[in-house]
Design a protein around this ligand. Structure first.
Ligand SMILES: Cc1ncc(COP(=O)(O)O)c(C=O)c1O
Length: 404
């Protein structure tokens, strides 16, 4: 074949020589899709939040750092000024300690059946919302010969975790007894916001008032908690009366603007890219993928992208999802399969090997997790934590030009 780089094999389909990704100088990765996490974006997000609230910050790195890599995010967060790390499970906390992270870590889903000895020995702060867990922590501390640190959780309106206001005095009194015996110290009190994504502050104010009552009760019971915390990302970004000593931020670290219509200059930290693996030109009337839910209305170019719901791409993007190839948006068409999806590129030039941006930066016209969440009827948190499967993950630091 003697065609030059700009020529077409047939209308709309370019030759492999024209591909845009990976660049000719880069090795061709074996993985078909990659999550690229820019740690410098996370660091900038953290600095923005800290400047905004002027409080301490607990970086929430549970669920593998919302899919961004728990250890890389933990180091980045601490370097950027976060004082605390927050996780759900004791295993997540112990993984941080096992990796040499010595910063304060709070874990909020221990129960009386959780093995707690290692956690108390390794100075993991354990959240307690009932006497049973408090006593399990005290026993573990006694056996280990250490004093455990606990934060007591009050339910101020979330009705998920936490002691109810009715149970709170008894919980605080039990903590005071165990504290006097030297088994533990209640160093903090906390609660979680249910409605902070609502810019109207009234419900959040009700929670703050309930929290204030809880602090008074705890102090009257003889506790002297030094660290009070209530705000999640939405509270940190929008509701100053929830800031207290620490804000506990997850979503915002990763660039999710949690309150609709409000932007705080946060940058999405994750890009998801794949590449064009097959191309075909089809006639009008051609049905695409399982069930032929999409039928081409005219002659067009179909592009195969080798990722699917087995990698966390929601099937709900089968209608309404879009990707970017060569700077142009193209619709996902037909049912997304476990390993593959199809894009309709119409007559736009596309070549085998072209980069396909699945998630990127809205500033560059690329879809972000919020866009996927809107199309599929969920929230960005679920999109980001659901990604994975066979995708590889690569960390970069665009400030330092470091990649791993
Ligand atoms: C107890 C607790 N605190 C804080 C967070 C962080 O919330 P967000 O991601 O909205 O900042 C979470 C996350 O789900 C959480 O469960």
């Amino acid at each position: 074949m003697t065609e030059n780089a700009g020529s077409r094999l047939y209308s709309g389909v370019m030759t492999p020589a024209d591909r845009t990704w990976p660049p000719a100088s880069a090795p061709v990765p074996t993985a078909l899709a990659t999550r690229i996490v820019d740690l410098s974006a996370i660091a900038r997000n953290i600095r923005r939040i800290r400047e905004h609230t002027g409080t301490g910050l607990m970086a929430v790195v549970k669920a593998d750092g919302f899919g961004h890599g728990w250890l890389e995010v933990a180091h980045t967060a601490l370097d950027a000024g976060a004082e605390w790390l927050g996780v759900a499970t004791v295993d997540e906390a112990l993984a941080l300690r096992g990796a040499g992270v010595t910063a304060p870590v709070l874990c909020w889903l221990a129960d009386p059946w959780t093995a707690l000895a290692d956690a108390v020995k390794q100075r993991v702060t354990i959240s307690c919302a009932n006497r049973e867990t408090l006593e399990a922590v005290a026993l573990a501390a006694r056996d280990a010969g250490v004093t455990a640190q606990v934060h007591l959780e009050l339910d101020t309106g979330m009705s998920r975790g936490g002691a109810s206001e009715d149970e709170w005095l008894a919980l605080c009194a039990a903590a005071a007894v165990l504290q006097a015996a030297g088994y533990l110290v209640a160093t903090g009190l906390w609660s979680h916001l249910a409605l902070a994504v609502d810019p109207d502050p009234s419900s959040t104010r009700v929670q703050r008032e309930a929290f204030d009552r809880g602090v008074v009760v705890a102090r009257a019971a003889g506790l002297a908690p030094a660290t009070l915390h209530l705000a999640n990302s939405a509270g940190a970004l929008e509701h100053p009366d929830t800031w207290l000593d620490l804000v506990r931020c997850g979503a915002s670290l990763y660039g999710i603007e949690t309150v609709r219509g409000r932007t705080h200059g946060l940058e999405p930290a994750m890009r998801v890219v794949s590449r064009v693996t097959q191309l075909r030109r089809v006639q009008a009337g051609t049905g695409v993928s399982y069930g032929h839910a999409y039928v081409a209305r005219r002659e067009t170019t179909l592009v195969l992208v080798p990722v699917g719901y087995g990698d966390g791409i929601p099937r709900g993007l089968s209608s309404g999802g879009e990707v970017v190839i060569r700077g142009l948006r193209h619709p996902v068409v037909g049912a997304i399969s476990m390993d593959q999806l199809v894009v309709d590129a119409r007559d736009h030039p596309v070549a085998l090997g072209d980069e396909v941006v699945l998630l990127g930066s809205p500033e560059r016209g690329e879809p972000d997790a919020q866009e996927w969440a809107d199309v599929t009827g969920t929230i960005s948190h679920e999109i980001l934590t659901g990604l994975g499967g066979r995708m590889v993950r690569r960390h970069i630091n665009t400030d330092m030009k470091v990649t791993s």
